[in-house]
Write a protein that binds this ligand. Structure first.
Ligand SMILES: [Zn+2]
Length: 185
């Protein structure tokens, strides 16, 4: 059974599903764990994806969300997708720790990011724990991370390979235009 958290002051209603199976059956969305229904002003998600979807929603509401459909160049499209997804993952992490990550690539990405921030002291505010970041700081970090000329851009694409392949109609990525091998049928 899903539970519905009523909206307050124009904020979206949140409908939380007990399982991924229930979410897929009820919403007919087969490739994601949650989404924001703009018409209904409602976030629909599995319990472990709620914080992630709220992150997307707040990013969108702040006006900083980058619409991949407005980008014509494939690398810029990917950059926008990665940036948006990273904001949501980091937001969920600041609210729920590892409990806000429902997919293995999200955890892999977080471990990579935390390791390199400590080891190389890279990115904005390297001395501050990500768990203490606010939305604006998360957005700044995501914007900074996804620049295609960074040496780790292809690595980011690799972490998010499945996501990029299922969420977007993208057949090539990165500076070397490597073809995506989707693991989804
Ligand atoms: Zn997402």
């Amino acid at each position: 059974m899903s539970i519905t958290i009523p909206s307050e002051k124009g904020q979206p209603t949140i409908r939380v599903f007990e399982s991924l199976e229930e979410f897929h059956t009820e919403t007919k969305q087969s490739v994601c764990h949650g989404f924001f229904d703009t018409k209904a002003n409602m976030i629909l998600a599995t319990a472990d994806s709620v914080a992630h979807e709220i992150g997307h929603y707040l990013d969108l509401k702040s006006g900083a969300f980058k619409n991949p459909d407005k980008e014509t160049h494939p690398v810029k499209k990917i950059k926008a997708c990665l940036r948006n997804e990273i904001v949501a993952i980091l937001f969920a992490f600041t609210k729920c720790g590892d409990g806000g990550t429902s997919l293995s690539y999200e955890l892999q990405f977080l471990q990579w990011l935390q390791f390199f921030r400590k080891a190389e002291r890279f990115g904005p505010q390297p001395e501050k724990e990500i768990s203490d970041f606010g939305l604006k700081e998360i957005q700044n970090l995501a914007d900074w991370l996804v620049k295609p000329d960074h040496p780790w851009f292809n690595r980011l694409c690799h972490f998010f390979q499945t996501y990029l392949a299922t969420e977007q109609n993208i057949s090539t990525y990165g500076r070397n235009s490597v073809r995506l091998n989707s693991t989804q049928s």
